[in-house]
Ligand binder design. Structure first.
Ligand code: SAJ
Length: 420
């Protein structure tokens, strides 16, 4: 059956909402992008991405030039609503669903019979049903799933988690397979119609709770595997062995593919989402919790390594290379490198030179500290007694090896071992 989708209202024009809105608009759909931040609304309306992401500028310019994408502060009537808002965690690591609730409250007044509401935000199991329940309470004149299972429903509700990799979003949005989790089968069918507009990957239909857990499992899987690599790096440090060589050689086995140790695990996804599983099943999610703890402990370990080596110098100058949460992005969320630099700055008298080719200024948390300066990469290395490689940004590969030879190098990333 065909479900025509002519207008889509995307709630949240962040890292996921903006590329999704622009992609839909570039396919001729009338897109209303909604964001509570007026600066985001203004930027999108001039066709400017406000964060760097390959090909997003082109896509956005095409969408606004075609006149198909318009940003605003309030939701407007549409055939489909896509919610792409953050789901952070609280201090006790329980999920904070306040942004999803606010999105539901914002769209409820403009919903109409025949609409589909799609939750894309990464969410703990049960959130899509909770969203439908909230909408149902706000719009008693419309029939929502799952209270009345008898079809037809007025409004269909589904969970279609995003799974694109920052740095490759525009391509992965189209090419990756997509999980379509409906609260009912008809909900999944209606949601699939939205993704068919641009999807080249395969859509896979399931129920909403399964889709919720699938998304969390994907990121927990990666977290557990990175934790294994990070734990190996601690073991090798104690045994005096080169972890990069150990992994490289172990990976010559046909069924072994160990990931890379690093300064820790950052970003707003992998460092957060596994906690949603732990909070749903705390007694049973033992490995997932331990992996989080192993990865969260890694920045402290790297900071201690740097401090220990700095003790040999009277007035040590430490060059910290990289501040973002991973290579070649400008995103600082949950960044392990930031945590390391903060620990160093607060604990000692070292002079810290931070070099990050993706940042034009220091973030406010660091800018006010007296012993930190943002510096050009080559200059930072030239002035340093200790060079700490915290993020394997591509331009760091151009640092002349002879500049490093004369310095103490602590490389958390494998860049100087040719393994990053
Ligand atoms: N990292 C390592 N070693 C590795 C790989 C990564 O230390 O071998 C670190 C990175 O430096 C970074 C963190 O892990 O600090 C996470 O980086 P990432 O590139 O693995 O993932 P994200 O957070 O940028 O994006 C992930 C992706 N999920 C998976 O690959 C399973 C992406 O597909 C999701 O859409 C995204 O989370 C999300 O939004 O959930």
């Amino acid at each position: 059956m065909e479900y025509p989708v002519k207008t889509v209202c995307v709630i949240g024009l962040g890292y996921i909402g903006l590329p999704t809105a622009a992609t839909l608009a570039s396919r001729g759909v009338e897109v209303i992008g909604v964001d509570i931040n007026p600066r985001v609304v203004a930027a999108v309306n001039t066709g400017q991405p406000y964060f760097p992401e390959p090909d997003l500028d082109m896509l956005l310019r095409a969408a606004t030039t075609l006149g198909k994408l318009r940003a605003t502060a309030e939701p407007e009537p549409a055939d489909a609503f896509v919610i792409a808002v953050p789901t952070p965690f609280n201090d006790d690591r329980s999920p904070n669903l306040a942004y999803i609730d606010a999105a539901a409250d914002a769209i409820a007044p403009v919903l109409a019979s025949g609409n589909v509401v799609i939750l894309e935000s990464t969410s703990p199991v049960g959130t899509t049903a909770r969203l439908a329940g909230r909408l149902a309470r706000l719009r008693r004149d419309l029939c929502f799933p799952p209270e009345r299972h008898a079809e037809p429903l007025d409004v269909h509700v589904a969970h279609c988690p995003e799974r694109v990799l920052p740095g490759r979003m525009v391509r992965e949005l189209i090419e990756n397979d997509r999980i379509i989790g409906g609260l009912t089968e008809a909900c999944a069918a209606h949601a699939e119609a939205v993704y068919r507009i641009f999807l080249q990957g395969k859509p896979f239909r399931t129920d909403a709770s399964t889709a919720e857990l699938v998304k969390l499992v994907e990121n927990a899987y990666r977290d557990v595997n990175i934790a294994f690599a990070n734990e190996l790096s601690l073991i090798c440090d104690q045994l005096g062995l080169n972890v990069w060589q150990v992994i490289e050689l172990a990976n010559r086995h046909p069924r072994v593919a160990i990931l890379r140790p690093g300064a820790g695990v950052g970003g707003h996804c992998i460092a957060v989402d596994p906690w949603f599983i732990v909070s749903s099943a705390p007694e049973r999610a033992r490995l997932i919790r331990t992996a989080r703890e192993v990865n969260d402990a890694k920045p402290g370990f790297v900071a201690a390594q740097i401090r220990e080596r700095a003790e040999r110098f009277k007035h040590p100058v430490v060059a910290c290379l990289g501040l973002t949460y991973k290579p070649d992005v400008d995103d600082l969320r949950e960044s392990p490198a930031m945590a390391i630099v903060l620990q160093l700055a607060r604990s000692g008298s070292e002079r810290i030179l931070v070099a990050d080719p993706n940042l034009r200024s220091l973030p406010p948390e660091l800018a006010d500290l007296p012993n930190i300066t943002l510096c050009d990469t080559f200059e930072a290395v030239r002035q340093a007694d200790i060079v700490a490689v915290l993020v394997a940004h591509s331009p760091f590969r151009r640092i002349p090896p002879e500049d490093l030879l004369r310095r103490v190098v602590i490389d958390a990333t494998g860049l100087t071992h040719g393994s990053a």
